[in-house]
Design a protein around this ligand. Structure first.
Ligand code: 0X9
Ligand code: ZN
Length: 604
């Protein structure tokens, strides 16, 4: 009798601990998925609602579950979870449903979750490819036979292609890099599984995602779930090259992988295997600069590499959902804008997006001394604020500078890293100091200013974009540098041969931009070839060199004297545009590599 009572209590305990509302012991049919969404809406009245974001070719509504737990506010972030681009990837729909379910179920009792969700609108589109989903169930949904002709293993949508074949791959139909290659992974051939369609956004699924995202006020992140192989993929997909800002994407990717692994020990990996073009996350990062990831759910490729990987045992559903919830939960936290932040402007209270026009005057970034002489090494201070009330340890602070006329996001491909370090940030914040060698010359618009950007990351607080105004983890400050003071009117250049072979150096100086009457004299003694090897001298003679020749790695200091106009002593400043050309001494081939700057100089 005692034993019996104990059993009852244990069952009660299990029910109380349940993290979600619905069951996850078998795969849902499309009708059951709709019922499940409606159950969430009726269970969580006022917090969850359904919105139709498109209509499939066969006239099925494409539905998004909107979770907005608190009263609408203008600065809420939007987070989007998508499943089932590919019809046979049923597990991806379950994982999305589970994410919605658990967020709603836990909201009432989990204070941290409540705080995050109150800052967000969360959108869940569990089954994007409605017609394909219906088709995979058309023969009963049995996973046997394991063959491409079993509708259970259908991948694409079901639009007739006009040649007797059906379907476009919705995950090849986005516009970024659409159709740039034609191969087995991205096909121009309608019957193929990866057919990219007649044109970008020709399909109702990709169109629905495009239009839906375009209508969101404050997109933070999109997680588009697929199966299988246990991967966690970031943009780019179309190339193996790094996307701009890949450092930010890679940090979130790694953090999410470790969150997943912490649940059941499954270590998702980052290998993209092949390049997919016109793919969803590439479009999102390129178009919106909002983080976008593709988890490829269970099973791992090691378990099975065949079609049956799309039909795992139903017992895999719940653990897969649980482990991916951990990553999705972390994204919800990142998007909710609490934690570490760097001000965009003196009046920035941490709101995101920061809406004031001026966003390049962060009071959290400054230098000592304030005057920035070109080439001087100064102390660059960055303040990281912590509004959580407790210490945030092991954050990473990265500081860059960039030409503000090139790209105002951090990191960016043109940004030069000043420093990166791990920091512990007690509340309310902490100042960090980096050494910064102030750049010489002008930016690409001929101006003496540079933008310093700072990015703070923490496992519990990741930036989801590189755009300054849209992330409180990313800030910048524009700095003016001083004109170069010329001692005795002398400007000194360093010509360095970095090409790995002997090369001729030539200088071009644009005299047209000089103020009238200002002259320059170039010291020609640097052209002497006294330190060159016999071989280079021979090559140099062969090519009839007029300038100086430098051995690989060799440096020469070239002096230019600026002569003001004696009749007009008020002229004390000028822009000197200097282009250095390096011409490798390869017989028959003289490739010019030039490197030019305009220097604003002043003299007494
Ligand atoms: O090929 C696809 O569309 C995805 N794999 S699947 O087996 N589910 O079909 C991969 C998309 C690739 N995405 C990124 N590399 N970001
Ligand atoms: Zn897929």
């Amino acid at each position: 009798m005692k034993k019996f009572i104990l059993t009852i209590q244990l069952i009660n305990a299990v029910i109380l601990l349940q993290a979600q509302t619905l069951g996850y012991s078998s795969f849902r049919t499309p009708a059951q998925m709709n019922t499940a969404l409606n159950t969430l809406v009726s269970t969580y009245t006022g917090k969850a609602s359904l919105q139709t974001i498109g209509t499939s070719f066969e006239s099925r509504p494409i539905q998004a579950l909107k979770i907005e737990a608190s009263a609408p506010g203008p600065l809420k972030g939007d987070v989007v979870f998508i499943g089932l681009h590919h019809a046979r990837e049923w597990l991806s729909a379950e994982a999305c449903l589970y994410t919605a379910d658990r967020l709603l179920h836990r909201y009432a009792t989990d204070a941290a979750l409540q705080q995050d969700m109150n800052n967000l609108r969360i959108w869940v589109i569990p089954a994007l490819n409605q017609d394909g989903y219906a088709y995979t169930w058309s023969a009963g949904g049995s996973s046997t036979p394991v063959s491409a002709s079993n509708p259970r293993y259908w991948r694409k949508n079901r639009k007739p292609n006009g040649d007797g074949s059906f379907g476009v791959d919705p995950n090849r139909n986005y516009s970024y890099q659409w159709g740039i290659v034609n191969n087995v992974y991205n096909s121009a051939n309608p019957p193929d599984d990866t057919y990219y369609g007649p044109s970008a956004f020709s399909e109702s699924e990709s169109k629905a995602v495009r239009d839906f995202l375009a209508g969101l006020a404050n997109l933070k992140c999109v997680i588009t779930h697929h199966t299988f192989s246990e991967l966690y993929l970031k943009p780019w997909s179309y190339t193996n090259a790094n996307a701009p800002g890949y450092q930010t994407l890679a940090s979130v990717q790694q953090r999410n992988i470790s969150r997943i692994q912490a649940v059941n020990g499954h270590a998702y990996t980052t290998s993209i295997w092949y390049n997919a073009v016109g793919e969803c996350t590439d479009y999102i990062w390129n178009q919106h600069r909002a983080a976008a990831f593709t988890p490829e759910l269970r099973p791992s490729n090691l378990v099975t590499g065949g079609l049956d990987g799309f039909a795992p045992a139903p017992s895999e559903i719940l653990p897969t959902c649980e482990e991916n919830f951990a990553a999705n939960r972390a994204i919800v936290h990142d998007a909710a804008r609490t934690g570490l932040w760097i001000k965009d402007h003196p009046s920035d209270g941490g709101e995101e997006p920061f809406t004031a026009n001026v966003f390049w005057e962060s009071p959290d970034i400054w230098t000592v001394p304030a005057t920035l002489n070109q080439g001087a090494t100064v102390q660059l201070h960055v303040r990281v604020n912590n509004n959580t009330g407790s210490a945030k340890n092991n954050a990473t602070l990265e500081v860059y500078y960039t030409d503000p006329r090139i790209m105002l996001e951090f990191p960016n491909p043109n940004a030069i890293l000043i420093g990166s370090r791990s920091i512990n940030v007690p509340p309310p914040g902490k100042d960090e100091v980096f050494n910064w060698t102030v750049p010489t010359g002008t930016n690409s618009w001929g101006e003496l200013h540079w933008c310093v950007g700072a990015v703070v990351k923490h496992d519990d607080d990741m930036p989801l974009t590189t755009i300054i105004k849209r992330s409180s983890n990313v800030s910048c400050r524009n700095f003016h540098t001083e004109p170069m003071s010329l001692t005795g009117g002398l400007l000194t250049f360093v010509a360095e041969n970095f090409v790995g072979m002997a090369a001729e150096v030539k200088l071009r100086i644009n005299e047209q931009i000089l103020p009238r009457g200002v002259r320059i004299e170039v010291d020609e003694s640097w052209m002497r070839n006294d330190s060159l090897s016999a071989g280079s001298q021979r090559k140099a003679r062969l090519l009839n060199v007029a300038g100086g020749v430098l051995e690989p790695g060799q440096k020469r200091y070239i002096k230019i004297r600026v002569l003001g106009r004696p009749e007009d002593p008020t002229i004390k400043e000028a822009d000197i545009a200097v282009t250095g050309e390096l011409l490798p001494l390869v017989a028959g081939k003289r490739e010019v590599m030039d490197n030019g700057f305009t220097y604003r100089v002043k003299w007494e």
